[in-house]
Design a binder for this molecule. Structure first.
Ligand code: GLN
Length: 537
């Protein structure tokens, strides 16, 4: 069994400083040294998982291979580490309480009064430690959601305090804070950092390493001052200056020896700096890309780019590997009408129709699809986007007027998208969709086969509704082919229109499975089609 080391990442001053990116970057640097690393997120909210949350709350809901609906930070962890995460990588307060209450109902606590300390904290600690023991990791990096001082995160911080005692030298705390620049005084201010560290200390934790997020580079004096006031070694204060892409952050941390500081503090050998060639190659490609691809992402949560985080990142990766810069345009589907669709979409080189739930914005997606299909613009439909492709095709090519998904209109005369039998009696919304990785057989000579170059693939799902096989022949006859089929259930997972240059919809979410060093083949193929179709600049 590995002698697992546990690293905790907390945040102070304000939220949204990028704890997930710091955790992922440190993980990447340790992984590049040959260690087996995983990253876990503890979320302080009461929802059992983020699956029931509106994307406006915390952005996209990410899905793991084992079918867990998870925080979007797990997407960063996978994109950086190129390794899958699982249900154990994301814990919420709701799940901790649910487990403890279930144990109490079973009588596991033998008549004791169940309390935050020790029962909730024991449950939290168990969920942290089991990740190390179950999968034999060298490093478990645990990111604590929220900001130090929040009521909600107190039990997590208390658990970390206790674990420091239990784990001794096998444990380390990294605290990320913010150093604001006050323009009027032309000065950066360290006071919020000092206060935030004091807050952490008052909860019993002395950070070992501080990461200062800043818009302007900080000089040595500032770093020394922070070290002095916060009881941290001077070389263990590193800065995270705003950079043009999150993928620069690991190299920025490496340049300040963050991984070496970690290894030294954990009494581990420090060997030569890893070169991270494929990571650097990606950044070089990104910087040196010639030309641009302009892709329109049609969805209803476009005011909040985090709602489509994994799609944005997959497109960026695919554009980079196609030697192009990505110009991603977010298009609010609610706004699209027959009259204006051309003005919104005619300058797009490619179109992605986003996943989603419910009626809002759906008619706009049909307008976008009709336009894209008729003008033969390369188009990728993802999950609801694929279902919309099917509906639009049914209405305008098969002539099935008012065809719809029963999600949008349960009384539609043509249920081209419908609930699976086993979904019909489900009343609980949480964790009951078709979730996680499923096999899919690809038809030879199809676009999707050409993309993956494999007979069978596995991609992740998150939906209740499905293509209705009663209409399959009718669609085939009219030119929309089912080119990806689930071998166990016969469900249609991919549709495409071979008469078009690249017009393809997938019931799964390829965006959950695209990383910096291993971009998803379907996105690569889509962007390649976009590049090929584009007039020279
Ligand atoms: N709302 C659709 C369904 O449940 C699609 C879901 C999605 O796009 N993730 O089937």
């Amino acid at each position: 069994m590995a002698n697992t080391k546990y690293i905790f990442v907390t945040g102070g001053v304000i939220s949204s400083l990028g704890k997930g990116i710091i955790a992922a970057s440190l993980g990447k640097l340790l992984q590049a040294r040959g260690y087996k690393v995983t990253i876990q997120k503890l979320d302080p909210y009461i929802n059992v998982d983020p699956g029931t949350l509106n994307p406006y709350e915390h952005g996209e809901c990410y899905v793991t291979v084992d079918g867990h609906e998870a925080d979007l930070d797990l997407g960063h962890y996978e994109r950086f580490l190129n390794a899958p995460t699982h249900k154990d990588n994301n814990i919420t307060t709701g799940r901790i309480y649910q487990n403890v209450i279930n144990k109490e109902r079973r009588g596991d606590y033998l008549g004791k009064t169940v309390q935050i300390v020790p029962h909730i904290t024991d449950e939290i600690k168990c969920n942290i430690k089991q990740l190390g023991t179950k999968y034999d990791y060298d490093f478990v990096i645990t990111e604590i959601g929220g900001t130090v001082g929040d009521i909600e995160s107190l039990p997590y911080i208390e658990s970390v305090r206790q674990l420091r005692w239990e784990l001794g030298k096998n444990c380390l705390c990294v605290h990320l804070t913010y150093v604001p620049y006050i323009a009027a005084a032309q000065e950066v201010k360290t006071k919020p950092t000092q206060h935030s560290v004091k807050e952490l200390q008052s909860e019993g934790i002395q950070p070992d390493i501080l990461v200062l997020r800043t818009e302007h580079p900080l000089n040595k004096d500032i770093l020394r001052k922070v070290a002095l006031f916060c009881n941290v070694e001077p070389d263990a204060v590193v800065q995270s200056v705003d950079v043009s892409t999150i993928y620069e952050v690991p190299l920025m941390m490496q340049a300040q020896n963050m991984d070496e500081i970690v290894l030294r503090k954990l009494n581990m050998p420090i060997e030569d700096k890893p070169v991270m060639q494929n990571w650097r190659d990606f950044l070089d490609m990104k910087k040196n890309a010639t030309g641009t691809v302009r892709i329109g992402l049609v969805g209803k949560y476009v005011e909040l780019p985090d709602a489509y985080k994994s799609i944005n990142e997959s497109l960026l990766q695919a554009a980079t590997y196609n030697n192009r810069k990505l110009d991603l345009q977010f298009i609010q589907s609610e706004k699209l009408t027959d009259e204006n669709v051309e003005s919104f979409l005619s300058s797009m080189d490619g179109i992605v129709i986003a996943p989603g739930f419910g009626q809002r914005g759906i008619e706009g997606k049909f307008k976008a699809l009709k336009f894209a299909r008729e003008k033969d613009i390369p188009t990728l439909g993802i999950c609801l986007g694929m279902q919309c492709m099917v509906i639009e095709y049914a209405r305008n090519v098969l002539g099935l007027e008012d065809a719809n998904s029963t999600e949008m209109n349960p009384h539609t005369p043509f249920k081209v998208i419908d609930l699976m039998e086993e979904q019909k009696n489900i009343t609980n919304m949480g964790g009951t969709m078709r979730l996680g990785a499923y096999k899919c057989d690809l038809a030879k000579d199809s676009l999707v086969y050409k993309a993956y170059k494999q007979d069978q693939i596995e991609e992740r799902h998150r939906h209740r509704f499905e293509f209705n096989n009663d209409y399959k022949q009718d669609f085939e006859k009219h030119g929309m082919k089912s080119t990806g089929i689930n071998p166990d259930t016969g469900l249609v997972e991919v549709v495409e229109v071979p008469d078009k240059k690249w017009y393809l919809g997938v019931q799964f979410h390829p965006e959950y499975n695209s990383t910096v060093v291993s971009p998803n083949p379907l996105f690569l193929s889509f962007v390649k089609a976009v590049v090929d179709n584009k007039q020279p600049e």
